[in-house]
Design a protein around this ligand. Structure first.
Ligand code: SF4
Length: 344
């Protein structure tokens, strides 16, 4: 069976070349073709011999994906729908900020976490993405638009920490100077709160930003929104987060999607402030997009400002996420879901 060559790190590539009776230094050349120039055909590697190209073709493949749809919003956010080699569909979002391009990539096809406000989970999990497939989302868009992406957010479809091995390999590869050289501090990984996996990630001691989807300060409300809270209560989650902060010395971002009448009350703001008060943290309030399949509505602008104000008054570091792409179904899983419904 052919191996995914763009999931190999330099040492593995060197070993693979030695096994093919080739010189070790070729690994660096091939790595650059794959991760700097982002080619999708061995035939394009113009400084390699024909015989080496044939050997690579016989033993490996380069992950690539087809663009099925692209939707551009008024604010220049572009949502891509990609088709994978096995016909599964994933979403990726490109966002333009003053400081450059950011990309929000998917880590799984679908998701099994069941968060109530999310369209990605409605049809469950299909499979994990490989590290090559995570990279290919970035490379395909960079090639197509001839741009350099500066920030990566692993916050599209899927729970990244359920796919930890591929995620760690992805971070290793995107960080390598011979490739894209994207610094760990420019990478954010989200989780719905898999406490055990947060502890495992802490052991990797990375400089990435961990973004924890909190969304409610009380177990009963959080449980009604996020089934994972049945397995890991807020207390268990915070214990793991504290361990993460102690191990990495990195500030955690807590994501909080404001939903009208559910988690946007004064009592929620006060309890949230109490939970975060002495933690190295930052809270990101998200005006959630309406999900047709769910009954959630986003909080009013006045309510969002009041909620943020209450947190600030108690000394909590808070931002309100700029709403990007709301005219193109940019929230997690919405475009994929509407595409699949159309195809049924
Ligand atoms: S919010 Fe994230 S973890 Fe929750 S169901 Fe959606 S994709 Fe999965």
């Amino acid at each position: 069976m052919k191996q995914e060559i763009n999931a190999l790190n330099m040492e593995e590539l060197e070993l693979a070349l030695i096994e093919l009776n080739e010189k070790k230094f070729r690994a660096k050349q091939i790595f650059k073709w794959l991760h700097e120039k982002m080619v999708t055909n061995f035939g394009d590697m113009s400084n390699l011999s024909k015989s080496l190209i044939d050997k690579l073709d016989e033993n490996f493949y380069i992950t690539s994906m087809n663009v099925l749809e692209r939707l551009e919003s008024k604010d220049q956010t572009i949502k891509y729908l990609f088709q994978l080699h096995d016909h599964h569909i994933i979403e990726t979002v490109l966002m333009k900020y003053k400081h450059g391009y950011s990309i929000c990539i998917s880590s799984q096809v679908g998701c099994r976490m069941g968060c109530n406000f999310c369209a990605s989970t409605i049809d469950g999990l299909e499979r994990n993405l490989t590290s090559g497939e995570m990279l290919a989302q970035i490379y395909t868009i960079q090639r197509e638009k001839d741009i350099k992406i500066r920030n990566v957010v692993v916050m599209g479809s899927g729970e990244p920490l359920e796919n930890l091995d591929h995620l760690l390999r992805f971070i290793e590869l995107i960080n390598i100077p011979e490739g894209q050289n994207i610094g760990q501090r420019n990478i954010t990984v989200s989780t719905c709160g898999l406490a055990e996996q947060i502890r495992k990630l802490a052991k990797a001691n990375l400089q990435i930003t961990l973004a924890v989807s909190l969304h409610a300060p009380y177990d009963d409300i959080r449980q009604s929104m996020m089934p994972i809270n049945r397995k890991y209560s807020i207390q268990t989650l915070f214990d793991a987060c504290d361990y993460y902060t102690q191990s990495t010395n990195r500030r955690i971002t807590y994501e909080y999607a404001l939903i009208r009448g559910v988690n946007d009350t004064d009592a929620c703001a006060n309890e949230l402030a109490r939970l975060l008060k002495h933690r190295l943290s930052h809270i990101n309030l998200i005006p959630v997009n309406d999900v047709i399949e769910r009954e959630y509505e986003k909080s009013s602008e006045v309510r969002i400002q009041a909620f943020a104000g209450q947190l600030e008054k108690k000394g909590i570091n808070v931002t309100i996420r700029r709403e990007l792409g709301s005219d193109i179904n940019a929230a997690c899983g919405q475009l994929r879901k509407s595409y699949q419904d159309k195809e049924k």
